[in-house]
Ligand binder design. Structure first.
Ligand SMILES: Nc1ncnc2c1ncn2[C@@H]1O[C@H](COP(=O)(O)OP(=O)(O)OP(=O)(O)O)[C@@H](O)[C@H]1O
Length: 465
């Protein structure tokens, strides 16, 4: 991509105002007028003014046809021009200020402006922009404000344009919120005024370059080694699993870890809204749903992909998240020999998970009686693992429950592991995921897969033979 193309979505139109109103985005095809701008230090310059003017002069001098994908080369050219401008204009900056301004200008030209250093910081898992002046991040489960800001709401909108334009998406008054993705796979949600009253809002769930491992889950206290041993056996024995929990409770992360237990000789089909799973196995087919285009056409739903996956000779179907009528097809897949399937579902408790799956199945409009749907759920799903984001920011598995059948109109569940909180000390939740002393009914399935689990895993004493 040429520099001109990249920048052509970036210059504000004269009627762009700081109010962050919709319509701030200009058409990416509007040509950019490139007039060299002299830098005029006024003596009363703030750092921000100075940076903006050095940047403007630098941009007016850069070759617009330069290929910005050649990052190292572009960085070198920017560095040379930057030094030259500072010298020509007699701008004196301390060494750290100079380095900071150079990096910020590079981030504006090649990256995502003030978001760039946050995107490069591996300790940050989430970035939240609430208008130009308020940027928050999440580190180790805790939200904190960072001392960074955009110049104004127009600046935020230019970065938003840079995120959505390459995807052929648009954010404006007619579609004031959009889901998008950064080139590194990070998930982005954008909401602009008038829907947002605080200016343009960007929420980024960063793509983990190094996905959380089983050992880390244990080390973080998210799960116990015994529960992991049990879940490993469940995955290998092709138990159908739903991982449930609230937003950001770590469902996808756990799904990724559990998927790692699938034997390497199986054909796995993953279906997601935005591909987040990072399976290590070789034989994986990754499918991603697609939102409608600007004309409202071309949508491919999770439901269509689940139906299609059945024709792809899957050994396992893994659906990133069930959030609509695709639940019906997922249940049917689980009930028709595609054992060992896994998915996640947004919910507040294991029981709520079942209620939501029932509601989502009804959305398929098949007019099935509740009882029939519940029977489908009870026979399709074997295990519900519920995860929570605790008040100290940690993510923990709080229950592992088996679906045992139906009693009258009600699906019956048995808790096999339950998190017992024993205290809250120094801002930390104290407790442990404990076995309840009950063995799952599907134990036979685990044993017939050749896996022997000691009864102690379930909190039972091993019987002498
Ligand atoms: N056990 C864990 N310990 C610490 N951090 C975790 C854990 N699990 C997940 N995380 C972090 O929490 C964030 C949310 O994780 P994840 O995407 O798995 O949650 P989710 O429940 O699938 O989210 P959503 O509902 O938004 O899809 C990520 O940044 C992830 O790295």
């Amino acid at each position: 991509m040429s520099l001109l193309k990249r920048l052509s979505g970036e210059v504000s139109t004269p009627n762009n105002h700081q109010d962050g109103g919709a319509g701030m985005l200009r058409s990416p095809s509007t040509p950019v007028k490139r007039v060299p701008t002299p830098v005029q230090p006024t003596g009363t310059d703030t750092y921000q003014d100075l940076k903006s003017r050095v940047q403007a002069k630098l941009l007016s001098t850069l070759d617009p046809s330069m290929d910005v994908t050649k990052v190292a080369e572009v960085r070198r050219t920017i560095q040379e021009l930057f030094e030259q401008i500072l010298n020509e204009e007699n701008i004196v900056l301390s060494r750290p200020e100079r380095a900071r301004m150079y990096e910020q200008i590079v981030a504006e030209i090649l990256g995502f402006g003030p978001l760039q250093p946050l995107l490069e910081d591996d300790t940050i898992t989430e970035i939240m922009v609430n208008g130009a002046r308020n940027i928050y991040v999440e580190r180790r489960g805790k939200i904190q404000r960072v001392p960074l800001s955009f110049e104004d709401n127009d600046h935020v909108m230019r970065i938003i344009e840079r995120i959505v334009a390459p995807l052929g998406r648009r954010v404006d008054e007619s579609s004031p919120y959009v889901d998008a993705r950064l080139p590194d796979g990070s998930r982005v949600n954008i909401v602009i005024p008038p829907i947002s009253l605080v200016g343009p809002v960007i929420t980024i769930r960063k793509f983990a370059r190094n996905p959380i491992t089983v050992d880390q889950l244990i080390q973080f206290g998210s799960i116990t080694p015994e529960a992991i041993q049990f879940l490993d056996a469940c995955v290998k024995a092709r138990i159908n699993i739903v991982i449930s929990g609230g937003t950001g409770s770590g469902k996808t992360t756990l799904l990724n870890v559990l998927s790692g237990f699938i034997p390497p000789d199986e054909r796995i089909i993953t279906i997601e809204n935005a591909a987040e799973l990072q399976l290590r196995q070789e034989h994986v087919v990754t499918l991603e749903s697609r939102p409608p285009n600007i004309e409202g056409r071309g949508e491919i739903t999770i439901r269509q992909l689940v139906i299609n996956a059945l024709r792809m000779r899957p050994d396992r179907i893994i659906v990133g998240e069930i959030r609509d009528e695709a639940a019906l097809d997922m249940l049917q897949a689980m009930n028709t020999g595609h054992d060992g399937s896994m998915t996640t579902c947004h919910s507040n408790s294991p029981r709520d998970t079942l209620a939501r799956i029932e509601t989502m199945t009804m959305m398929a409009g098949m007019d099935l009686p509740s009882r029939a749907i519940r029977e489908q759920i009870a026979s399709a799903i074997d295990l519900v693992i519920h995860q929570e984001r605790m008040r100290d920011g940690t993510r923990k598995v709080v229950s592992i429950s088996e679906i045992t059948g139906m009693e009258g109109e009600v699906i019956t569940m048995t808790d096999l592991f339950v998190f017992e909180q024993t205290g809250y000390e120094n801002g930390k939740v104290i407790g442990r995921l404990r076995p309840t002393g009950l063995r799952p009914k599907f134990m036979e399935k685990i044993e017939s897969a050749g896996i022997h689990l000691p009864p102690s895993i379930f909190g039972m004493m091993e019987r002498r033979r």
